[in-house]
Ligand binder design. Structure first.
Ligand code: GLA
Length: 731
């Protein structure tokens, strides 16, 4: 077959090349290629008019041409071609048994959907392929965007109903990623729960399907919408081919990783179809969330670094220059609901003395909120606790050269609140059924336009009337009885999607109206962290579990998918409420300094020595903050693999490396294993500065990058729960 490259846009480093046979679109067989970073992503239209994967992996030379794909072979009458073709976006119909990307029920009962290529458009970094059902006016625009520097692909699909009648989307995904043929894949993902998020799991991909999901209405901590896949045997933190995918959706979601009967591996992601559907009227379109996919040939560490860069440079609200996270103080663990003007002012004074830049008042400042039984929904300032409003406290915080942040939980209501007494119909509910409470609260149905307007309205007012720099937006339970009785029956299941769309809309509008305000996504800890919410918020609360040792595990899991630039980590009191474990203040600081540092301890109980330690550690943090938050993270030793944890962050400009090391427990007189640093310039000189703990006495002060990486460094750490930190500064 002769290939004619008929449109090439070599705007390196991104290039889309379209290869066609016989003049491209004429016979429907074409190849589309996206290049970005060190990745090539190639798809094509096969001889059946289906859109199928051709190649996804390490970037191939631009001169490399690809054969137009052919539909898969029918292996037997039981495995028809449709199932052996690695389709990029498959409609359910025509005998499809693998995970579909779209399943529709039409009003006449027809449920068959077979999508074929119609047309495409391509720009330097985007490709849209329009598909249509073989007989009905259902169009799907399969959309691709290639990130030029990291090679991260952003998939989505737009479904248009032009049938002249409504239809019901029973299941929809943003797209399917097909991996190269192989049977030695290994899946990495996280599981968790409240106060125990981010537990890394690892398992071989065998025949069958692994479904990661949330059916809870929002993202959830039980799984996170992210997967990483490498090959068994030839892999580690720095070596081996790794593919990853992450969904930008904060509602119920699903990622299915399927090794089909032909041993092909597919990864399909989108909103969860369980109990959900979408009623799409004639003339309407349904835009799926984004499903991101990436590839690295530098191991799971390389894949994480790529994802971090993508998040910092392309995804966060102020990308490519998101502001560094200020060091914050949060009152929650110190005061719980017992906040008042004098108490908060006293804490603010103490916080300012240790170099805190942002003072955040947590739960308890509004309505009749004295515990978690009342007040949610009544977003006026509690006049017993703050007789003069928030202004005196905010002024005080400003006079101490800090900015002010406030906790809110906008989507929730306590039955014991004015709001609920006035609008009992505003919550998710099924008529005449019990309304199950969690933490004594119910979930407002944000899909309702009036609830949307109320939430946007009170938040806007709060920000207009008070000089607030930061909102901690919390969300402390999952859904039950997800009914929406106010709309016609056939539209009630739209709630799963419309709720999240309104949530995003409110975040977007608030950001537009108050561009200076920063927002944290919190859901009882790390229950709402995903690439969707990260596009609209500046940071996330990693976990309510603030035990500094537990955090080493949680933070490692978090870092596989998400950048330390958004990972909030507080220093809290010891013994920790979580495990009754006693840890030194220095250790607690070192654990938190690997992310975005905050302090959540009760400063009223601190000794003068504690304040001195805190001042020193906060000052040290500020010297490495840019490196830690936005540099390249190397996981040198994993808490899951032994008695040590070590991370190293190298600044983007290569001038600084910050190393954090933890010894969990000395055993049998063994020394701390030698650290071999990564990511340094072999020939440059680096000077070592010790911040905490000790390096061995024979360690040189200055040495080449090659020395630090190949000879390595020995730490003089002995005992239980010991920590050390040093930096290397390029000379
Ligand atoms: C959640 C958050 C905590 C705190 C409380 C307040 O649990 O994760 O940090 O804000 O709510 O009620």
């Amino acid at each position: 077959m002769k290939h004619v490259t008929w449109a090439i846009l070599f705007l390196t480093p991104v290039a889309i090349a379209l290869q066609g046979s016989g003049g491209g679109a004429k016979d429907g067989q074409q190849v589309f290629r996206l290049n970005g970073g060190d990745v090539s992503y190639v798809v094509g239209i096969n001889d059946k008019g289906q859109l199928q994967t051709v190649y996804w992996g390490k970037r191939l030379p631009d001169s490399q041409e690809f054969q137009a794909p052919k539909q898969g072979r029918e292996v037997a009458s039981f495995d028809m071609s449709l199932n052996t073709t690695p389709q990029e976006f498959a409609g359910w119909g025509g005998g499809l048994y693998v995970e579909p990307d779209l399943k529709i029920t039409f009003p006449d009962g027809n449920r068959d959907l077979v999508l074929k290529y119609v047309s495409h458009t391509a720009t330097a970094d985007e490709l849209d392929v329009v598909m249509k059902d073989i007989s009905r006016e259902v169009y799907v625009k399969v959309q691709y965007h290639m990130d030029s520097s990291t090679g991260v692909v952003r998939r989505s699909a737009e479904i248009s109903n032009r049938t002249g009648a409504p239809l019901t989307i029973e299941q929809v995904a943003s797209g399917t990623y097909n991996l190269p043929r192989g049977t030695d894949y290994q899946l990495h993902y996280v599981t968790g729960r409240w106060a125990a998020e981010w537990n890394l799991q690892q398992q071989p991909i065998h025949g069958g399907k692994t479904v990661l999901e949330s059916r809870r209405g929002t993202t959830g901590a039980q799984n996170n919408p992210w997967v990483m896949i490498d090959r068994t045997g030839d892999h580690d933190q720095d070596h081996g081919d790794v593919w990853f995918a992450a969904l930008g959706w904060s509602g119920s979601w699903q990622i299915a990783v399927e090794q089909d009967p032909a041993k092909e591996t597919r990864v399909t992601g989108g909103p969860n179809a369980f109990d959900s559907s979408y009623y799409l009227k004639n003339g309407e379109t349904f835009q799926t969330p984004y499903f991101y996919g990436g590839f690295s040939s530098n191991g799971t560490g390389g894949a994480s670094r790529l994802l971090h860069r993508f998040e910092v440079d392309s995804l966060l609200p102020h990308a490519p220059h998101p502001k560094l996270r200020p060091v914050l103080y949060n009152s929650w663990e110190a005061t719980t609901f017992n906040v008042d003007e004098a108490g908060q002012m006293a804490l603010a004074e103490k916080a300012a003395g240790i170099g805190i830049e942002r003072f955040v008042m947590d739960d308890g400042w509004f309505g009749e909120r004295v515990n978690d039984h009342a007040g949610l929904g009544d977003w006026y300032v509690n006049s017993k606790k703050f007789p003069h409003g928030l202004k005196p406290l905010i002024d005080k915080v400003h006079s101490l050269k800090m900015d002010f942040g406030l906790w809110v939980e906008p989507e929730m209501v306590n039955p014991d609140s004015d709001l609920y007494r006035k609008h009992p119909d505003w919550v998710l509910n099924f008529t005449n059924r019990p309304r199950t409470e969690g933490r004594n609260q119910l979930v407002l149905n944000l899909a309702r336009p009036d609830v949307h307007d109320y939430v946007l309205g009170f938040l806007d007012k709060l920000l207009n009337e008070n000089d607030i720099a930061f909102l901690k937006w919390d969300y402390n339970r999952n859904w039950s009885e997800p009914g929406w009785p106010a709309v016609p029956v056939e539209q009630q299941k739209n709630v799963y999607v419309d709720f999240i769309r309104n949530y995003y809309d409110i975040l977007q509008k608030l950001r537009q109206k108050h561009p200076g305000v920063e927002i944290e996504s919190c859901s009882g800890g790390g229950g709402r962290v995903d690439l969707g919410v990260m596009h609209l918020t500046d940071e996330v609360w990693t976990s309510d579990n603030t035990d500094a040792y537990d955090r080493l595990f949680l933070q490692e899991g978090f870092s596989y998918a998400y950048t330390p630039a958004v990972m909030m980590a507080w220093v809290t009191d010891s013994p920790t409420w979580v495990n009754q474990r006693s840890l030194s203040l220095e250790y607690r600081f070192l654990s938190s300094m690997q992310g975005s540092l905050g302090i959540g301890a009760n400063l009223n109980k601190w000794t003068p020595e504690d304040f001195t330690t805190a001042q020193k550690m906060v000052a040290a943090y500020k010297t490495v903050r840019q490196t830690v938050q936005q540099g390249d993270l190397y996981r040198l030793m994993s808490p899951r693999e032994g008695e040590q944890t070590v991370t190293e962050s190298v600044s983007r400009d290569g001038k600084q490396a910050a190393v954090f090391a933890f010894l969990h427990s000395s055993t049998q007189m063994y020394p701390f294993p030698r650290l071999y640093l990564r990511g340094l310039d072999e020939n440059a000189m680096y000077e070592l500065h010790s911040v905490a703990g000790k390096v061995n006495e024979d360690t040189p002060v200055k040495a080449t990058g090659a020395y630090w990486m190949h000879h390595g460094v020995d730490l003089a750490l002995r005992g239980d729960f010991q920590g050390a930190m040093f930096t290397l500064e390029r000379q």
